[in-house]
Design a protein around this ligand. Structure first.
Ligand SMILES: [Zn+2]
Length: 311
């Protein structure tokens, strides 16, 4: 029996772009997430062809409670109780199992270039994902959805919250890869592919992501996975922009300097100048200025509330 994941889309604003995007959503849109978990389960010899199945639910009109960015431990605990009560009220009415419930709030990137942190609650198996209502961001949205999904199952973040740097070794796609850089894959709970000791790029689709042994252990998957495929499609391995990397600090654990940070954003944006995936519908592509902010925002989308998993 797979784990059934009910995905409830929610329009986070009244933009026609968001409305049209939600109207065009169909279950098939999320098949890449099912395929990703099937691929990784096979690599870990889990013995399940379909470990997890996403089921698209009708869009909700209600918006879940939002956690204050400054919330401390107590406020966060109260928030999670409120969120669970809200989820109880607004979901679970279908005659199908809902092992995990994900509420995905879609934002028009023209109106909201930066979204709040997504989060996954282990207790209650609830995730709230802040996503962008454009096919151009489908791949990045899927990475965030899969990341929060794994949080609900008990996986923890594998990156340094101050610098966004994937932690070595457990935040690397393959810590034994030779040579170590550039990493061919991003680890799901780090969300970023390490290009050099000083540079990492947001994963833009689940094709460039895998589940590392540390995260696998946390969700009670078997040990000793097959090695990841050494080669990925050429298109995914965009050449690193070394000129920008030269301005960054020498140690990956060091906090990012402003120069490094802006270099990273610029690098991401340049990478983003080509189409991501194959949009199934025609929607206006955000102008470059919005894309810069949007790309920067994805890294924040991945962060979660660290205290929530222990509440
Ligand atoms: Zn996280």
């Amino acid at each position: 029996m797979p784990l059934y994941v009910a995905l409830y889309p929610i329009a986070a604003d009244d933009s026609p772009t968001t409305r049209d995007y939600l109207a065009g959503l169909e279950g098939q849109r999320f098949a890449a997430i099912d395929r990703f978990f099937a691929r990784e389960a096979a690599r870990y010899h889990l013995g399940l062809d379909t470990p997890l199945k996403i089921r698209l639910r009708p869009a909700l009109d209600a918006v879940p409670p939002q956690r204050e960015p400054t919330a401390g431990r107590l406020a966060t605990a109260l928030f999670t109780l409120k969120l669970r009560a809200w989820a109880f009220l607004h979901s679970g009415h279908a005659h199908e199992p809902e092992d995990i419930r994900l509420f995905v709030l879609y934002h028009d990137p023209e109106r909201t270039p930066a979204v709040p942190h997504s989060l996954g609650l282990r207790k209650g198996l609830i995730g709230v994902v802040y996503a962008f209502a454009t096919p151009r961001m489908d791949g990045a949205n899927e990475v965030v959805i899969a990341h929060e999904l794994l949080h609900t199952l008990g996986a923890t973040d594998k990156y340094d919250p101050d610098s966004d740097a994937p932690r070595f070794p457990d935040g690397y796609g393959d810590a034994r890869q030779q040579p170590l850089f550039p990493q061919h894959y991003a680890e799901l709970m780090a969300g970023r592919r390490v290009i050099s000791p000083t540079r990492w790029l947001q994963a833009e689709s689940l094709d460039e992501v895998l589940i590392g042994p540390s995260s696998a252990r946390e969700i009670h998957w078997p040990e000793h996975p097959e090695a990841p495929p050494a080669e990925r499609p050429e298109a995914l391995r965009a050449p690193p922009l070394e000129t920008r990397a030269a301005r960054c600090p020498a140690q990956p654990s060091a906090a990012r300097t402003a120069a490094c940070s802006s270099g990273w954003e610029a690098a991401s944006t340049e990478r983003d100048s080509r189409p991501i995936g194959s949009p199934s519908r025609s929607v206006n592509v955000p102008p470059a200025s919005v894309t810069i902010a949007t790309q920067a925002a994805i890294s924040r989308m991945l962060m979660s509330v660290s205290t929530t998993t222990s509440i």
